[in-house]
Design a binder for this molecule. Sequence first.
Ligand code: PLP
Length: 291
Amino acid sequence: GVIWYDGKMVNWRDATTHVLTHTLHYGMGVFEGVRAYKTDKGTAIFRLQEHTDRLFRSAHILQMKMPFTKEEMMEAQKAAVRENNLESAYMRPMAFYGAEAMGISAKTLSTHVIVAAWKWGAYMGQEALDNGIRVKTSSFSRHHVNITMCKAKANGNYMNSILAHQEAAQDGYEEALLLDVDGFVAEGSGENIFIVRNGKLYTPDLTSALEGITRDTIVQLAAEIGLTVIEKRITRDEVYGADEAFFTGTAAEVTPIRELDRRAIGAGTAGPITKQLQKMYFDVVTGKSAK
Ligand code: PLP
């Protein structure tokens, strides 16, 4: 396969960088996770504009100068899918600082941009999509830098996501739920969360979570079927006592949560509203229904 690298297609194994790459040392960089789906009219990248807008917004927040325009980055993403002959794909655009100088200052550094694309199925497996996952509340919270800068999908924001996911996996769970520093529910390691109670949908406000594009899609789909969506601070016990719960994300799509901290959620299986929204989501991304 090939990877789009600073405006050129390079072979997968040649898409490398120097060990003194600034971002490798300090974690200052921005990225996106995007999916392309097979539809009746060919392969379609889901919400390409929104993902590209968020990539540039993340870069703006970190004051990283992007050496390409939004239009060029959208073309790059299309090219990465096309040149690899992918019918469906997960795509990873990323911007990172070069290796011209060491030290904290990034002033003199060049910015490099890549787009990789590969075939990727269900992030947590088909069983997870069908029947839901078991989740553990993490001992790692969405800490300060994360909270004040969580609108940026920045490499450096993922350290506690990785620690949280690692901890959950070691304890036999599929995913972690991170709380914010005040103890309210924030998000998964790479997903936003929703709960269902008495026929209404609740999701944490965006104080301490990434502005998920899948989250936004679910809010729109819920409106279509007349479901009320309430954005508010959510506590851990509200999740324990929910009728249903699910994660949303480009990678995780709509993944039901059947258990949190050894408490079954609802009937302990994927709930009916979750399943309905999941089906609507797959219909939208595969072009079977309009957004
Ligand atoms: N929260 C975090 C921390 C993420 O990394 C992601 C993944 O992008 C999400 C939420 C979900 O966002 P989206 O639906 O835009 O993929």
